[in-house]
Design a protein around this ligand. Structure first.
Ligand code: FAD
Length: 499
């Protein structure tokens, strides 16, 4: 059955009855777009298109339901571009995209009432608050005799379809991955519907410009615009570019100075491309076995994060390992600000934080290093870093962000142990040995020789002068000593009560 978790009926689905509103024209079907901003492999849209009646397409900006996890600034920038592209694609079929702002549990029923729609369809989201809301909406429509269906467009395997033999959820990634792989290939993706029949009625909608999703002065989005093309076409162009370099994926994906990863995460998050499309396109077009295997493993980390969030709805706020509940985090506003601005004095950390601010993205290896630095060197709560990422990442995703912050902090599912503290210097020397990445994002150090680039504070005065670096002026001294910080974090960890 296509319907899934967000209705979980304990009684059989009621037999659909005609819509309550009497209209003369054929009653339309409302397609509610959410995080599936594409036409291809969009099962809700395909289902609606196949039924025959005209379609209404709607998107609701529902900050109320998401509460503290409403879209951050970079995500809002992305959303605007993505909705513009989706409106164009639908417009080519004569279908308008109706935009509304407000709690979807009021807005969607209003749209159904005003249009006399006989059915509503959407693709599922898995954030706990959204699932709760959708379950209520679905039940109310069913009670009111409106046909309602939901589908899976954004995961290879929905959380409740991958369970242990005992029926529970997986806690260890390797076992989860093996269980997913044992299910065989995911179903092949569908194409775009050939035709869409537009509804000819009139429904008021908001103007996208009034949602204020654009950045205001200062225009911090310049780097976002340079880096990204939100939308379904942009997603496929990204994938095509990735295929050109993908044979190097397994070997090069950890090196931030090499463009070896796909850059698909924001496109995946907004559903401009779906994981089934990516999986099958990689099967067809990525001949290198090891690159494909490693790439699929990464897609399955995304699935695992969704699985863990489904199992642990308070994942974004509460450490999975209760031992960390009373961790003695430090008050350090200055340290936090230096981290956010890329002014810690550790070149790899600063490069990552500046890349994030400029482009809305950060390489995965560097995300691990900067997150470890914040949580372990500065002893700031992981939730603080999670919130900063939430606001600044274009791929900010509740499950992946929370899961990975807990993973780095050492309190999450299958996490890196707390005592494994990334050394930002050693990481830089290993993964950015020739300094391509640091020189790009920390240009004030660019003229230092490779061997000094990751430790400017150890550079002889003559080398600093030759490179035009004045520590404390053109580039900061390290805000914390690595050895001291490491010992301090380990001591705090050891003092935690044993489980
Ligand atoms: P590729 O290497 O091309 O991987 C392909 C896809 O696999 C990615 O697009 C992504 O969807 C998925 N993927 C890869 N690694 C991971 C991972 N560790 N966890 C979950 N999915 C993964 N990813 C997000 O999408 N949103 C987030 O908010 C997010 N926050 C993170 C926070 C921290 C502290 C860390 C350490 C990682 C976070 N990640 C997050 C995971 C990862 O860094 C990004 O998915 C990856 O860098 C995206 O780049 P890419 O598309 O080029 O990845």
């Amino acid at each position: 059955m296509i319907d899934g978790h967000d209705h979980i009926p304990t009684t059989p689905d009621p037999i659909p009855t005609p819509a309550k509103t009497i209209v003369t024209a054929p009653a339309p079907i409302l397609v509610w777009f959410r995080r599936d901003l594409r036409l291809a492999d969009n099962p809700a849209l395909a289902w609606a298109a196949a039924q025959g009646p005209p379609l209404i397409a709607a998107y609701v900006l529902d900050d109320e339901t998401l509460g503290p996890w409403r879209l951050g600034a970079a995500s809002r920038w992305w959303l605007k571009g993505s909705l513009e592209r989706l409106a164009e694609s639908l417009g080519a079929h004569g279908v308008s995209l109706i935009l509304r702002r407000g709690n979807a549990s009021r807005v969607i029923p209003d749209l159904v009432k005003a249009s006399g729609a006989r059915a509503v369809v959407w693709n599922r989201c898995y954030e706990p608050a959204v699932m709760e809301r959708d379950t209520v909406i679905k039940a109310a429509f069913r009670d009111g005799g409106i046909d309602v269906h939901s589908f899976n467009a954004s995961l290879l395997h929905e959380p409740w379809t991958v369970t242990t033999k005992a029926g529970g959820s997986y806690k260890v990634y390797g076992r989860f991955r093996d269980a997913c792989l044992a299910k065989g290939e995911p179903p092949p993706p569908a194409g775009k519907p050939a035709t869409l029949t537009p509804w000819r009625g009139d429904l008021a909608g908001d103007a996208l410009v009034d949602w204020c999703l654009r950045t205001t002065s200062p225009d911090w989005a310049e780097g976002l615009r340079e880096t990204w093309s939100p939308g379904e076409d942009g997603a496929h162009e990204r994938f095509d570019d990735f295929i050109d370099v993908a044979t190097g994926y397994a070997a090069d994906r950890d090196f931030p100075g090499i463009a070896a990863t796909s850059g698909l995460s924001p496109h995946l998050h907004f559903g401009e491309i779906g994981p089934r499309q990516i999986w099958h396109a990689a099967l067809a077009r990525l001949p290198d076995d090891s690159a494909r295997r490693v790439f699929f493993n990464e897609l399955l980390w995304r699935e695992f994060a969704a699985h863990v969030l489904h199992d642990q709805p308070d994942l974004p706020e509460v450490p999975m390992n209760g031992r960390f509940a009373d961790f003695p985090w430090r008050e350090d506003g200055a340290g936090l600000a230096a981290w956010q601005r890329g002014q810690t004095g550790y070149p790899l950390v600063d490069a990552g934080m500046r890349e994030l601010w400029h482009t809305g993205i950060m390489h995965n290896r560097v995300r691990m290093v900067v997150a470890s630095f914040l949580v372990k060197h500065l002893m700031q709560p992981w939730q603080t870093g999670e919130a900063w990422f939430w606001d600044t990442l274009v791929d900010a995703d509740l499950a992946s962000n929370a899961f990975n912050w807990q993973w780095v902090a050492g309190c999450g599912a299958d996490a890196a142990p707390y005592f494994r503290i990334f050394n930002p210097v050693a990481q830089g020397q290993r993964f950015d040995a020739n300094g391509t990445y640091v020189r790009r994002w920390v240009p004030e150090l660019a003229a230092l020789p490779d061997k000094l680039l990751h430790t400017p504070w150890l550079a002889p005065a003559i080398d600093l002068a030759a490179a035009g670096v004045v520590l404390g002026k053109t580039y900061p001294h390290p805000i914390v000593d690595h050895k001291m910080a490491r010992e301090r974090a380990l001591a705090a960890f050891k003092a935690l009560p044993r489980p």
